[in-house]
Design a protein around this ligand. Structure first.
Ligand code: NZQ
Ligand code: ZN
Length: 394
C-alpha cells in the first residue's frame, strides 16, 4: 500500500428535493453574490433553474446568470465567466449541471483569482493555488467532478482538451438529488455509467501491491454500477437505481477508492483526443478506448495478466483457470457491457479513420504540454498510442 494524505472537504447533501436548500447552503458558506452557471437548457426545461433561483431569493442572495456551457466545455466560456465575475463582484459560483458545467465553474473560480491566462493551468506545470468557492447541483451521474479536484477544458481553435487538478478546486458543497437525473436521455445516462466505471478501472490498473481494501472497494462499486445499469435502462424513473448510480459515481472519483495506490489514466488521456476531435461524449469515447488499452496491456505487459484476470473473475464472473484466458474474457465482457449500454466501441463509429491515427497519437503524447508519454501504468509513447488507436478499428 502507498503512503497517502487524504482530505475531502466537500459537504454532500443527498436526496429528494435537496436543491431547495441551495440558497441556505450558499449563505452558510459565506456567499453573497452568486454566479449561476448552466448548460444548453436542460435545467430550464426541468424547472431546476427556477427552483434554485427561488431558493437564492429566499436566502436574500443577489445573483447573475451565465448560460451556454457546452459538453466538452470551451475555454471561451471560461473567459466569459471570469469577466462576469470580475465585473459583477461575484464571490460564489454555483454550477447547475454535469461535469462540463462543474469543470467550467472550477476554471472560472481559479481564473478569477489569477492575474494571468487561466489556460496556464491546463496542460502546463502551473496549478491553481487560489480559487473562489463553488457549489454544485448535479444533474448527471458521471464525471465525479462534484467531488474531484479536477477540471477538464477544451481550448477553442486548437481543440486541445486538457486537465488541471488542485485541492482549491474541490467544491464547497455538492447537492445530489437523483430525481434530477430522471430527465436524462438514455444515451447520456449510459455515457455516465461508462465514465463512472472507467474512473474505477483507471485506479484498478495499478502496480501498487497489498491494496486489498481498495481492490475490494473498487470491485464492489463496479458490481453495483453494473447491477444498476439495467433497472435504470428499463425504468428511467427508478429512484433507487438512480440514487445508487449517483452515489457510485461520486464514490468512484472522490478519491476514497484508491488513495492508497498508483493510478493509470491512460484511457482518459487517449479519450480526450476523441472527444475533442470528433465531438463524442466523454463516456462514449471511453467505451471505444478501454478495450483497446486493456488488450494492449495484455499483449505487452506480463504483470497486467494476473491483475486483469482478478478483475475478470471478481467482477465479470469469468471462471477460466488460465490467467491470460480469463483476462481476455474479462476484456470481452467489458466490451459487451458497453455494447449493452448502447455505447460505440470502434473508431469508425464516431467518424474516425485509419489515416487519422498518426495525428491522434501525436496530439495525445506531445501537444499542449504533454511530455511524450501518457499513462501511469506503462509509459505509452506515440508509437504505443498509435498501436492502441489501431486496436479501435473495426
Ligand atoms: O447542457 P445541458 O442542456 O444541461 O445538457 C446536458 C449535456 O448536453 C445534458 N444533461 C445533463 N443533465 C441533464 C441533461 N439533460 C437532461 N436532463 C438532465 N438531468 O447532458 C449532456 C452532457 O452533460 P455533461 O456535463 O457534458 O456530462 P458529464 O457529466 O458526463 O461531463 C463530461 C465532461 O466532464 C469531463 C469530461 O471530460 C467531459 O468534458 N470530466 C471531468 C472530470 C472531473 N472534473 O473530475 C473527470 C472525468 O473523467 C471527465 O474527464
Ligand atoms: Zn472520465
Amino acid at each position: 500500500m502507498e503512503d497517502f494524505s487524504y482530505r475531502l472537504p466537500t459537504h454532500f447533501v443527498f436526496g429528494h428535493g435537496s436543491e431547495r436548500g441551495t440558497g441556505r447552503l450558499v449563505a452558510h458558506y459565506s456567499g453573497t453574490k452568486v454566479l449561476v452557471l448552466f448548460g444548453g437548457g436542460s435545467v430550464e426545461r426541468s424547472g431546476l433553474l427556477a427552483r434554485v433561483l427561488d431558493s437564492l431569493d429566499r436566502a436574500l442572495l443577489d445573483h447573475v446568470e451565465l448560460k451556454g456551457v457546452k459538453p466538452n466545455p470551451l475555454l471561451s466560456t471560461v473567459y466569459e465567466g471570469i469577466s462576469l465575475v470580475r465585473d459583477e463582484r461575484v464571490d460564489f459560483i454555483l454550477a447547475l449541471g454535469g461535469g462540463s458545467v462543474i469543470d467550467t465553474a472550477k476554471a472560472i473560480a481559479a481564473g478569477a483569482r489569477y492575474p494571468g491566462d487561466v489556460w496556464d493551468f491546463y496542460g502546463g506545470d502551473r496549478t491553481p493555488d487560489r480559487a473562489l468557492p463553488i457549489g454544485c447541483v448535479l444533474t448527471i451521474a458521471a464525471s465525479g467532478s462534484e467531488a474531484s479536484p479536477d477540471s477538464v477544458i477544451t481550448q477553442d481553435g486548437s481543440m486541445l482538451k486538457r486537465e488541471t487538478s488542485s485541492s482549491v478546486l474541490l467544491p464547497t458543497f455538492s447537492i445530489l438529488n437523483p430525481e434530477l437525473t430522471e430527465t436524462l436521455p438514455a444515451y447520456q445516462t449510459a455515457c455516465g455509467i461508462t465514465d463512472m466505471y472507467s474512473h474505477l478501472l483507471e485506479r484498478y490498473v495499478s502496480r501498487s501491491s497489498a491494496v486489498e481494501v481498495s481492490d475490494r472497494m473498487i470491485e464492489g462499486l463496479m458490481l453495483a454500477i453494473v447491477d444498476e445499469a439495467s433497472p435504470v435502462a428499463e425504468d428511467p424513473r427508478d429512484y433507487d437505481a438512480r440514487a445508487n448510480l449517483m452515489w457510485a459515481a461520486t464514490m468512484a472519483h472522490c478519491g476514497i477508492a484508491g488513495v492508497d495506490r498508483k493510478h493509470d489514466w491512460a484511457s482518459h488521456d487517449i479519450e480526450y483526443a476523441l472527444s475533442s476531435r470528433y465531438g463524442v461524449a466523454h463516456g462514449a469515447g471511453l467505451a471505444i478506448v478501454i478495450p483497446a488499452v486493456l488488450t494492449y496491456y495484455l499483449d505487452v505487459e506480463a504483470a497486467a495478466v494476473p491483475r486483469l484476470a482478478q478483475l475478470a473473475r471478481r467482477v465479470w464472473g469469468v471462471d477460466e483457470a488460465d490467467d491470460m484466458t480469463a483476462a481476455r474474457a474479462g476484456v470481452e465482457a467489458q466490451r459487451a457491457f458497453f455494447v449493452s449500454l448502447g455505447m460505440p466501441t470502434t473508431l469508425e463509429a464516431v467518424g474516425g479513420k485509419l489515416e487519422d491515427i498518426p495525428e491522434l497519437a501525436h496530439e495525445t503524447c506531445h501537444a499542449g504540454g504533454r511530455s511524450g508519454t501518457v499513462g501511469g501504468y506503462l509509459p505509452l509513447d506515440e508509437h504505443a498510442v498509435a498501436r492502441i488507436f489501431s486496436l479501435m478499428l473495426l
